[in-house]
Design a protein around this ligand. Sequence first.
Ligand code: CUA
Length: 328
Amino acid sequence: MWPLISTRSAVGDALGGWPPPVLDPAGPYANPLATLSWVLFGGAGLVFLVVLAALWIALFGTAARKEKLGGTRAIWIGGVAFPVVVLSVLLVWGLSMTGSLTAPIRGDEMRVKVTGEMWWWRIAYLGADGGAVLHDANELHIPVGRPVVLELESADVIHNFWVPRLSGKLDMIPGRTNIMRIQADAPGVFGGQCAEYCGGPHALMGFVVVAHHSEDFARLMTARRANIRPPAPAHPDLARGAQLFGSAGCAACHRVAGTGANGAAGPDLSYVGSRQTLGAGILPNNRGTLMGWIGNSQAIKPGNRMPPYSMLSSDDLRALAVYLEAQR
Ligand code: CUA
């Protein structure tokens, strides 16, 4: 029996729960969107009540009332002046909000390139010169209280980057770099989801953003850049897992920093053991889900690019899972 998709996945966190994530902003780029949502909801509610009142008059009102309701004055006010004023105000307000999201990149800002791929996220932390200094996948680490510039690209079709509690959504378009900023006000884990239909398992293309205190974030990045890893817990399967990772062909598609595995087609696995999720945001990360994913990810996320490894025995799968758990 393969593990079921957990409702506690990043995708679930991005889209579900109460309050809805869009109305529960956790940073300055999401706050105005929540405000905008409430204003639109309130305004639409008011308009709905006015329409109901007009309907009531049209059905049950006196002749004099009905005549007033259908008069030229009522049509000019309700049908022309009101929509023009309200829509113009909303347009100007909306445009004024998007300015800060797309402002030109300043030299001191942290930059990360996120590339949408069918159906996962390639992540590259960029240095000041714009070159990649660290690679990862499906999990983005950021410091709190600081805007992070995301350079959004696509390797194949149009995807859309969306972390509802941290910012709005923005398309990732092949051949183009779109700039977006996110910021978290407090440490936490924030679910994200591809928000543009991109074929097959689009609905299962999730990710997480992990916001750390700035000292913790600096420590994490420094350690990873120097390839200093927490010691792997001793396990009798560890060495066999490492050997299988090479012989089963994993390294053809996956990279593990500091080893000979340097494949670039699939997600970077250098830190897969410390990730919160597997399969791009859809499964909790533990030994069972790792074994299930490697053995037959097609049963979990049909259509994804990872072939099933059903020829591996459960002992082999466990050894591989133990090896991957140690990649932190
Ligand atoms: Cu990627 Cu939808």
